[in-house]
Design a protein around this ligand. Structure first.
Ligand code: NAD
Length: 294
């Protein structure tokens, strides 16, 4: 059996199409949809991420502002900038490009962003809202995995056994609460879990979010299960000519697992593109709530 593909690129494109129309409508009503990305220092990954945010935002009509802070400025300068953006009536969404330089406290900075403008959904208030059943500003990656599961009407969540491998604050924990709210029975596995295969093999829906290339092999998967691969890992592979090349893979051994699963998200092209779309979606939801005049 070869699994059906949950196509993240297609799903992302359709979300962006809807958002483009919504943004045009909001702007027509004089409501600003403006995302500020704070970039601290010059870390290459962080810079690429911020630049990519600028590009994807502009492509659907979101105004994007890159706020650059010198790497040596310090935590207090970062916090002052966050407070300024919180009270800036022209800004509807704020995000911090990660990773921050070492001596910055990312969690403290994230919690300072006004919950209304916290479009990454990683501040304590928005995480807490998930416990109350409000997913409006859920962390983008958890929201993307959730969206992938719900993108297929044939996939029943109510009553399903869901197993999530990974308990991070941006993926495993919030996703577990979201699926419990949808009446699934959820198990969260982590590095101290005993007999992980036994847990995973019970899953109707198995979510891999550990950050370990090819951790989930076919032995972990009940035939017919739905497999959502959140992992993004760079590995070296040797091609037929003996050349070593870097490749992006997920946490799931795709070749073997796709022969056992009923549905699967590929990597790349699965949860990743939907995560980007969910950030844009959160930005639009924030703008709608704030109704900031442009
Ligand atoms: P993290 O390191 O914060 O958390 C990983 C979790 O997995 C931890 O809870 C840990 O206990 C668990 N874990 C690690 N190894 C394990 C093992 N061998 N067995 C069982 N549990 C194990 O990582 P994160 O930020 O949650 O990211 C997880 C993965 O998702 C990474 O590959 C990351 O690159 C990827 N990611 C993808 C997107 C996307 O858009 N698709 C976005 C963010 C992160």
């Amino acid at each position: 059996m070869s699994a059906n593909i949950i196509d993240g690129k297609q799903l992302s494109a359709s979300i962006k199409e809807q958002l483009t129309a919504e943004i045009a409508q909001l702007k027509g009503r004089g409501i600003a949809v403006r995302l500020a990305t704070i970039l601290v220092g010059a870390d290459a990954g962080s810079t690429v991420y911020a630049q990519s945010q600028a590009k994807t935002s502009a492509a659907i009509g979101i105004d994007h502002v890159l706020v650059h802070i010198d790497g040596s400025a310090g935590q207090a300068a970062l916090e002052t900038k966050i407070q300024e953006l919180n009270s800036d009536p022209t800004v509807s969404g704020i995000m911090i490009s990660m990773p921050l330089p070492k001596r910055y406290d990312a969690g403290r900075a994230q919690n300072l962003i006004s919950p209304m403008k916290d479009v990454e959904g990683t501040g304590a208030a928005n995480l807490g809202a998930i416990f109350q059943g409000d997913f409006t500003m859920a962390p983008c990656t958890a929201a993307a995995a959730y969206k992938c599961i719900h993108s297929q009407p044939a996939l029943a969540v109510k009553g399903a056994e869901v197993v999530i491998v990974g308990r991070s604050t941006i993926v495993g924990k919030p996703l577990a609460m979201m699926l419990v709210q949808d009446h699934a029975t959820v198990t969260v596995c982590h590095t101290a879990t005993k007999d992980m295969i036994a847990h995973c093999r019970r899953a109707d829906i198995l979510v891999a979010a550990a950050g370990k290339a090819n951790l989930i092999t076919v032995e972990y998967v009940r035939p017919g299960a739905v497999v959502i691969d959140v992992g993004i890992n760079r590995v070296n592979v040797t091609d037929a000519s003996g050349a070593v090349k870097a490749k992006t893979v997920g946490d799931v051994d795709y070749d073997s697992v796709s022969n056992a699963a009923s549905w699967i998200t590929p990597v790349p092209g699965g949860v990743g593109p939907v995560t980007v779309a969910m950030l844009l979606n959160n930005t639009v939801q924030a703008a709608k709530k704030l109704k900031v005049k442009s």
